[in-house]
Design a protein around this ligand. Structure first.
Ligand code: WT7
Length: 650
């Protein structure tokens, strides 16, 4: 399969698709370019159930602090639930499959009642009100979705912390957001065994904490410690709560949630998304990119702890009234046929996962898809990192029987929803290519030096040159960091534009291929990890003098974490294995398992300029086993390069 190969949309599918041809796509994008506010205003009027209509579409007066749909009033939970009750009361909203195979179907009416009870609990028992921050540290169980929607219903701002983060990482996020409530579970099940979350919360709350109350969903019923006056059982408090809870009337720009993500400093940033613009684009992209039909069943394998879980397990599918599958377990357990068994059993029509998962499923179960009936599948999605052609080919041919569209969706926590992606009924696709900006999104690859659009085959910076409804509204508590992180690097026509942090390139057809991060952020299994964050953790080891962390290609994870460490003692390392273990233990404590290093090497020094700046480019090249071609004569000690090459590559 050559890079140039083009696959046309399945004509049967295109006939029924919401956007069924390139003409239709072009017409939409033309409208957006010619009448940007008209395009978005119409979309918002059509898609959102407004409590009160908005008066303005886009207010850029204070850019990059923008406002969308000013004056509008809505409630995101009502958009996701209440408005479906007339027509979809008995339709499955969530199909939950537990690790052990237990299945639960939650209809829209059930969801309405469960969310309202949850909202009443938060209000009545914990005194949570509009604007309060609530941290959610939960496994993949329906109560996690109830918790999110309950917050949205009463106007509280949720901040989900991925269940794989450590107590220290959880503590930092709780403190930064000044959360007054944590919602967690005793734990859940993984590979048929219980695992625990509550003890991590206990550790995170030791010492001074803004948290007053902890709500614990009892899922695995293992023994946990209960702190009197602070910890309460959801299973007990939820009894007798009213299934009616009036939805708080929210402004378009009232915050909906925070989600912390890595940047290029040691401190994660609280990405803030607001109500109307976020939910509008979540719903529109669900409809366009997955093209979910009324009787379809859709499954996204992400964890709710990441933006993909927010937008494409909970908010997007529910806003459009779809049936969304939620899975507690591990996709390779009991074997690498698990997802295909689930596709067969639940008759899944759209399946959305990450390249790293595709590579693992391919490697561990190349022939597994053949054993199941996957004929219901229509659209296959990928997200999180560039997908490599071999993984793409297997996904396309073996999982999709060469008849499903593959949507390589490019976006990030800050964009709220997809930015560049094929449309399954319109866009001719090329393997491992995110293709074109979605209608309404003005995404361009610019030359950072000139702000001009780059030519064919020239790598430039992936930018979004007009504000869009679901864009990040701020970094929690740090307005300056918001401006500096996203609007500092590229100017077009003298105006700062949003820069994603990614490099990208156009081909001769104007298709966009993402080439990867241009900053010190690495992409581990489709998740962003700041090298500075890992370095800060490693520096907590008493014997570490200096450290530099870089990414290097990894067969399954996409990128692995590679650390160069200079120890304080000049005698070298007494026991390398022990030292590596100690360093990874610290990383697990400070961040979590996801940040554990794939390679640690002990070095006598690091390549630095005379002004003391570490030359990461050189370290990246050495880690990849590449020849050093750049001029190293400006280094303080050029000989260190050969020394490091010898240690790493022998
Ligand atoms: C970064 C965002 C978006 C949800 C998951 C990750 C990379 C994402 C693609 C893709 C190439 C991709 C980018 C981006 N990325 N999707 N289809 N092709 N790269 O969210 O943690 O905010 O990370 O993931 O580098 O900036 P995130």
């Amino acid at each position: 399969m050559s890079e140039k190969q083009i696959f046309q949309p399945n004509p049967e599918f295109a006939k029924e698709a919401r956007i069924g041809s390139m003409e239709a796509y072009n017409a939409l994008q033309k409208r957006a370019l010619e009448d940007y506010e008209g395009f978005w205003g119409d979309a918002a009027r059509e898609k959102i159930d407004w409590i009160e209509p908005f008066s303005g579409v886009l207010d850029e007066a204070n850019a990059p602090f923008v406002k969308w749909f000013d004056g509008g009033k809505l409630n995101v939970a009502a958009q996701c639930i209440d408005r479906h009750l007339d027509t979809r009361k008995n339709k499955a909203a969530i199909i939950f499959e537990g690790d052990r195979g237990d299945v639960q179907t939650i209809t829209y009416l059930d969801l309405y009642k469960n969310v309202n009870r949850f909202a009443n609990l938060l209000k009545e028992d914990f005194g949570v009100t509009k604007g309060d921050r609530v941290v959610i540290y939960m496994p993949m169980i329906p109560e996690a979705a109830y918790a999110m929607l309950a917050c949205a219903r009463i106007g509280a701002i949720h901040s989900i912390v991925f269940g794989g983060f450590s107590a220290e990482a959880l503590k930092d996020r709780i403190e930064d957001a000044e959360a007054k409530v944590v919602i967690t579970a005793d734990g859940a099940f993984r590979k048929k065994k219980p695992y625990m979350l509550k003890p991590v919360v206990d550790a995170a709350l030791e010492g001074d904490t803004p948290v007053e109350k902890v709500l614990v969903v009892e899922r695995n019923e293992e023994e946990v410690t209960w702190k009197a006056g602070r910890d309460y059982s959801y299973n007990e408090l939820i009894q007798g709560k009213s299934a009616v809870c009036e939805a708080e009337v929210m402004d378009s720009e009232d915050p909906l949630f925070l989600l912390y993500t890595s940047g290029s400093t040691g401190k994660p940033k609280g990405v803030q998304h607001n109500s109307a613009g976020y939910i509008l684009w979540a719903q529109m992209t669900m409809e366009w990119v997955f093209d979910v039909k009324e009787n379809d069943t859709y499954w996204c394998t992400a964890d709710i702890g990441w933006i993909t879980g927010h937008t494409y397990i909970v908010y997007g599918p529910l806003a459009m009234g779809a049936t969304t599958v939620m899975f507690e377990g591990v996709i390779t357990y009991p074997d690498a046929g698990r997802p295909w068994a689930m596709v067969e059993n639940h008759r899944i029509n759209q399946f959305y996962t990450a390249p790293t998962a595709i590579r693992v499923l391919h490697k561990m179960g190349e022939d597994e898809p053949k054993k199941y009936d996957l004929s219901t599948l229509k659209v296959l999605g990928t997200v999180g990192e560039p997908i490599d052609p071999p993984a793409w080919k297997w996904y396309y041919e073996e999982v999709g029987s060469s008849k499903c569209a593959i949507v390589d969706t490019y976006w990030q926590t800050e964009t709220g929803g997809h930015i560049v992606s094929p449309l399954p009924g319109a866009t001719p696709i090329k393997p491992a290519c995110a293709t074109l900006p979605l209608p309404g999104i003005i995404a361009e690859i610019l030359d950072p030096a000139t702000g001009e659009k780059v030519g064919v085959d020239e790598t430039g910076y992936m930018c979004i040159t007009r504000p869009w409804p679901s864009q990040i509204r701020g970094v929690w508590g740090d307005a300056e960091r918001y401006v500096k992180s996203y609007f500092g690097d590229v100017k077009k026509d003298g105006k700062a534009v949003y820069f994603t942090g990614d490099g990208a390139v156009y081909d001769a057809d104007g298709y966009i291929t993402i080439t990867g991060r241009t900053d010190d952020v690495i992409n581990v299994s489709g998740h962003r990890m700041g090298t500075a964050e890992v370095e800060a953790a490693i520096k907590k080891h008493a014997n570490v003098a200096e450290v530099a962390v870089v990414g290097r290609p990894h067969e399954l994870k996409g990128e692995g974490i590679f650390a160069y460490i200079v120890l304080k003692s000049d005698e070298g390392v007494a026991d390398e294995v022990e030292e590596v273990k100690a360093i990874n233990t610290i990383i697990k404590q400070e961040i979590g398992n996801i940040a554990v290093c794939d390679d640690i090497i002990f070095a006598p020094g690091l390549p630095k300029t005379r002004s003391g700046k570490i030359m990461r480019r050189i370290l990246r090249a050495i880690a990849k086993g590449e020849k050093i071609t750049q001029d190293i004569s400006t280094l303080e000690d050029p000989s260190i390069v050969a020394t490091l090459e010898k240690i790493v590559n022998g």
